[in-house]
Design a protein around this ligand. Structure first.
Ligand code: 5AD
Length: 435
């Protein structure tokens, strides 16, 4: 049996795409290996959102090529593959194939051609492609990613994704529901619906509210999550569906990018600071106790000290449960390249150094307030260190607990006993939560 090694960078959709690629190759008899040393085919599924992510991949290619024996195939797939296309074949001589997010069906063909000595790229957009007939090969049984929308039609000026993932398209609601039903039948209890602006999902007259209700109604599904939503696509219908569908979890990752209305305008985000705060208030009203996390970019072109201060004050005002923070990274081909007054790297670094402690301080205070409280958790697996089990609440908080291996995949009640500021230690009740 041929062995496939796949390494995944970037977002959850890449994790989901890697599962699809394993599905495409499973049909050809491939079996997954975690050891690049024994693999016949090595793939690196890449991210193009920031230059740093691309540099890491280039470094990694240098290491992986050492495992390449005669006849082995090394491929770059995903967003960086789409962005650089055939030039990647010129830049990295050890790479045999380059495939973008819409081209994974051509993996078997391009692998065969590579074996015949031909290096090739498939970076064509296919606006109909949903890989509907490809059964994803998933590692985790309890929790599954389900892509419901591919591509993006929004035009945020900093973002490369419309250029790497092509035009937006949603899957048919019936197709999503039948996939989730199949998953539930095989023991999955938690699904995370994926899309670049997932709450703008639409299939004919059906919108994201209909999708949430339909997925939440599938027998056996206890938790529904989704990522990433766009702030202004939380329509009253979507808020209502969240509030009235018990399976929908009390956590939303809500990327704000900046707290300054002027910066948001230059980013071509479809809201200003005031509107974002209204969305936060509407979410908190619809779903009491909801946890909110966000993404923030510092040093976007033209960002002044005063504008950056507005990001600091927004973080303090909203009290996010957590935030991913990034220095703006110039992406060739995006509109922001042409904006004036690019912010110096040292200034970006210095702003990040002020933002991060604020974000952590807010999160820490919130989390300290939760010590002593009870939560229902899904036991996800062994924690990386210390022989404990890693569990997750509906609000997406991670708690490490003592317990036997057999608990993995089950739901338990846990009392938080302490916090590092970001994660928790907890004491689990021995009784199982009956599903
Ligand atoms: N520079 C820095 N961060 C970026 N992101 C997207 N594009 C860029 C860029 N050019 C961030 C945004 C987005 C997250 C996935 O990555 O915050 O929400």
């Amino acid at each position: 049996m041929p062995l496939i090694y796949i390494e995944t960078y970037g977002c959850q959709m890449n994790v989901s795409d890697s599962e699809l690629m394993l599905g495409v190759l499973a049909r050809e008899g491939y079996v997954r290996t975690d050891d690049p040393g024994v693999a016949d085919v090595m793939l690196v599924n890449t991210c193009a959102v920031r230059d740093h992510a691309e540099q890491r991949v280039l470094g990694r290619m240098g290491e992986l090529k050492r495992h390449k024996r005669p006849g082995d195939v090394l491929g770059v797939v995903g967003c960086m593959a789409q962005r650089l296309g055939p030039t990647l074949l010129e830049r990295v001589p050890q790479v045999d194939l380059v495939i973008g997010p819409d081209g994974y069906r051509s993996l078997p063909e391009l692998i065969a051609r590579a074996r015949g000595g031909e290096r090739a790229a498939d970076v064509e957009f296919k606006s109909w492609e949903h890989y509907e007939d490809v059964p994803a090969v998933r590692a985790d049984r309890s929790s599954a990613f389900v892509t419901v929308q591919r591509g993006c039609d929004y035009r945020c000026t900093f973002c490369i994704v419309p250029m790497t993932r092509g035009p937006e398209r949603s899957r048919k609601l019936a197709d999503v529901v039948s996939e989730v039903t199949r998953l539930a039948d095989s023991g999955t209890t938690e699904v995370t619906l994926l899309g670049q602006t997932v709450n703008s999902y639409h299939d004919g007259d059906c919108d994201f509210a209909d999708l949430l209700r339909a997925v939440g109604a599938v027998a056996g599904i206890r938790r529904v999550r989704f990522t990433s939503p766009y702030p202004t696509d939380f329509t009253p219908r979507v808020l209502d569906a969240m509030a009235s569908t018990p399976a929908v979890c009390e956590h939303v990752h809500l990327p704000v990018q900046s707290g300054s209305s002027r910066v948001l305008k230059r980013m071509l985000r479809r809201y200003d600071r005031g509107r974002f705060l209204e969305v936060v208030a509407a979410l908190r009203q619809a779903v009491p106790g909801i946890a909110l996390t966000t993404d923030i970019i510092v040093g976007f072109p033209g960002e002044t000290e005063d504008e950056f201060q507005e990001t600091l004050s927004l973080v303090a005002e909203v009290q996010f449960d957590d935030a991913y923070t990034f220095k703006y990274s110039v992406r060739e081909g995006t509109p922001a390249v042409r904006l004036k007054d690019h912010v110096a790297e040292e200034v970006q670094g210095e702003r990040l150094e002020r933002l991060i402690p604020l974000v952590r301080g807010v999160a820490r205070r919130k989390n300290i307030g939760l010590v002593g409280t009870m939560h229902e958790v899904l036991v996800e697996g062994r924690a990386k260190r210390g022989g404990l089990l890693q569990t997750r609440t509906r609000t997406n908080k991670v708690a490490l607990v003592e317990g036997p291996e057999e608990w993995i995949g089950t739901y338990r009640h846990v009392r938080f006993t302490g916090t590092t500021g970001s994660t928790f230690t907890g004491q689990a009740a021995t009784e199982l939560v009956v599903l």
